[in-house]
Design a protein. Sequence first.
Length: 81
Amino acid sequence: MEGLNGLKELRKHRGLTQSELAEKIGIDENTIRRYENGTLFPARKRLLQLQDLLGCSFDELIVGVNPPSPPAPAGGMETTE
């Protein structure tokens, strides 16, 4: 299972520990840890709380603030006629 790839980065950018973030949204610190490492995916309610608290989009939570670029196609550019 994929974790919230952007959560850790966003949390740290806001200067929050896992414990502080968990307290602010009313859950256990271990739950934040599990969100970050991908062993648990939050319910919609928690996603909305995280977005609001961290001031980010859904995509930023899931993919990260600066997602990696997709790999270039093998064999160079494809041409069309």
